[in-house]
Ligand binder design. Structure first.
Ligand code: ATP
Ligand code: MG
Length: 577
């Protein structure tokens, strides 16, 4: 491709709405184009890199034995009602009606569609196992679309579904996909780690996220350096502090004016936060949007609540719970904003973190303005409707596997694999007949890769202050020939010669033949991050060019032939990833 003919608009300035490097660089390189919040189009360079990521994914899915299909983005509500997700998926589900008032959604994922295929097409054990996948556009009306392609409302996903006879079969399909994912992300040039994950709205029992290391990532990972424990913070189990051995002291009400937060009350009373308990108050809504019940969740004062664990313990969708209106909840349950404790609460579900019953003589809100209670003890002073781990792990906590201190880091979730089991085949009736002609439920797995998010993650891990540094495997072009003075006879001849020879060898080449200053050309080449730069300048007359890799600082003057063979060699070696 000749740059003079290319539809390319690069930006010198950092676009105001972009906060993170991948978003800034995708816009500055003219790779993507924003239409509305969370909705982007792909321009020529962007489309090329996108297709590279897709192709790597496609090759690894095919190699894993999955077969490619393509389903519609438009999905009828009936299928989602069958699975129970028309309600459970909540406001992220992009809903629409046709002219006759029939409900549809734009698929955020395709479990229902593929379970429907399975129940129609699979009848015998002889057809199992089987795996289907697609690379297709997904829609999620995200509450906070941000960071460009990282969290958008329209995005491209590879989703794959496995169908097996039993759990052992699913284990094998899961292992195959897990390995394929490791190959995909390695080939894309990512440094990543598979971590245990919560299965969220998809459901099922067992799940891993593939997380690309990055400070801007939205996934928080707890990991252990002494053993191989690694999990998202939502998922990571916490070890309860051992029960304290202490005599139960008499409960006592104390005046604590204006101490609404744990910090304030602990300071005021001269207590360690570990001697206090924290209340978090929620309203749970039914399908009509009416308050179904109030929930008071309690964790020790030095802990944070883990919302995912709470929602799982309550067995409700995430969107069905919100912080309660303090006044409304108070009128029903006796809670008092900032001064709520478990003693004296009524008509609300009390969920207590598993650590609290063992902790003696705690300070808690008195359910009375400006008052707290000292020496509050489980069982004697308060009961719980549910006692379970609802706390968030933090750096330094003991590892749930080996007990050594936990480390925390951040990452970008680029893919996730789930063991669905029979969640969908049961609700939607997808069965096969075994050898004895008995009906059995199909056992399913599902496996997603965010294609567009992966592209962002690659940029997050591969850039510097001048622009992107593409790994060869996903670069829009492998080589850029920067001609210093187009129109100069010797330079034109050498540039064209290299251009043709490289293309003939299957190398993807950009020829910067624009009548621009060399500085502008070098800046653009660095910005768009083409891995190999061959500069054709004054030396052209003597058959010399400059060879430089975007990732290295060194430049070298070498012969035209040498430059061509080096470029071919590096593409052969790294072009596939
Ligand atoms: P997240 O927790 O980031 O919202 P998710 O767990 O809901 O993601 P999955 O349902 O597992 O996402 O979807 C599979 C993959 O699709 C994710 O691993 C991610 O790479 C990608 N993905 C999900 N949501 C988005 C989005 N809004 N924008 C871009 N990619 C996304
Ligand atoms: Mg996920």
């Amino acid at each position: 491709m000749r740059l003079s003919k290319m539809h390319l608009k690069t930006l010198r300035e950092v676009p105001a709405e972009a906060e993170i490097p991948s978003h800034i660089l995708l816009l500055r390189c003219g790779m993507i184009r924003k239409l509305v919040s969370g909705v982007y189009g792909f321009m020529p360079l962007g489309q090329r890199s996108l297709r590279k990521v897709e192709e790597i994914v496609r090759q690894e899915m095919d190699a894993a034995g999955a077969q490619e299909v393509l389903m519609s983005a438009v999905q009828p509500a009936e299928l989602w009602e069958e699975s129970g997700r028309w309600y459970a998926y909540g406001p992220e589900l992009w809903r629409l009606k046709d002219r006759n008032g029939r409900d549809f959604c734009l698929g955020p994922t395709h479990e229902e569609i593929f379970t429907d295929i399975a129940r129609d097409d699979i009848s015998s054990y002889r057809q199992l196992p089987t795996m289907l996948y697609q690379i297709q556009t997904k829609y999620r009306d995200e509450a906070r679309p941000r960071f460009g392609l990282m969290r958008s409302r329209e995005f491209i996903m590879k989703d794959c579904y496995s169908f097996d006879r039993d759990d052992a079969g699913l284990d094998e399909s899961y292992r195959i996909m897990y390995d394929a994912y490791s190959k995909v992300f390695t080939r894309c040039g990512l440094t990543f780690r598979p971590v245990e994950a919560d299965s969220g709205a998809i459901g099922g029992s067992n799940s891993h996220e593939f997380t690309a290391f990055s400070e801007v990532g939205e996934s928080e990972i707890a990991y252990c350096e002494s053993c191989d424990m690694a999990a998202t913070s939502e998922r990571a189990e916490c070890v309860d502090d051992p029960a304290t051995e202490a005599e139960l002291l008499p409960m006592e009400e104390v005046h604590t004016p204006g101490t609404k937060t744990i910090e304030e009350v602990a300071d005021y009373l001269g207590l360690d936060k570990k001697q206090t308990m924290k209340a978090l108050l929620f309203a749970v809504y039914d399908e009509e949007g009416q308050v179904k019940e109030y929930v008071a969740a309690f964790v020790r004062g030095d802990r944070d609540l883990n919302m995912t664990k709470l929602v799982n313990a309550l067995d409700i969708p995430e969107h069905a719970i919100e912080f309660a209106d303090e006044e409304k909840m108070g009128a029903v349950t006796g809670s008092v904003g900032g001064f709520t404790g478990p003693v004296g609460l009524h008509d609300c579900r009390i969920v207590v973190d598993s650590e609290l019953p063992g902790q003696k003589n705690l300070c808690a809100g008195a359910c009375k303005e400006d008052h707290h209670l000292l020496n509050v003890n489980f069982d004697r002073d308060y009961k719980a409707d549910l006692i379970t781990d609802i706390k968030m792990i933090k750096e330094g906590d003991p590892c749930p596997v080996c007990g050594k201190p936990i480390k925390m880091t951040r990452g970008i979730e680029v893919g996730q694999v789930f063991k669905l089991g029979t969640k969908y085949s049961e609700s939607m009736g997808a069965t096969y007949k075994d050898e004895n002609m008995t009906d059995q439920l199909i056992v399913m797995g599902c496996y997603g890769i965010g294609i567009t998010r992966t592209l962002s993650a690659v940029i997050e891990q591969h850039h510097d202050e001048n622009g992107i540094i593409w790994p060869l495997s996903v670069a829009p072009y492998h080589v850029i020939i920067t001609e210093i003075k187009p129109g100069d006879e010797a330079q034109d001849k050498v540039a064209e010669d290299i251009y043709e020879k490289l293309q003939a060898a299957g190398v993807e080449v950009l020829l910067d033949d624009r009548k621009e200053r060399p500085g502008v050309k070098f800046k653009d080449a660095d910005l768009i991050g083409i891995p190999v730069r061959i500069t054709v300048g004054r030396g052209a007359a003597d058959g010399q060019v400059e060879y430089k890799l975007r990732r290295d600082a060194d430049k070298e003057d070498i012969s035209v032939e040498e430059a061509i063979s080096r470029a071919i060699e590096i593409v052969e070696k790294e072009g596939r990833g």
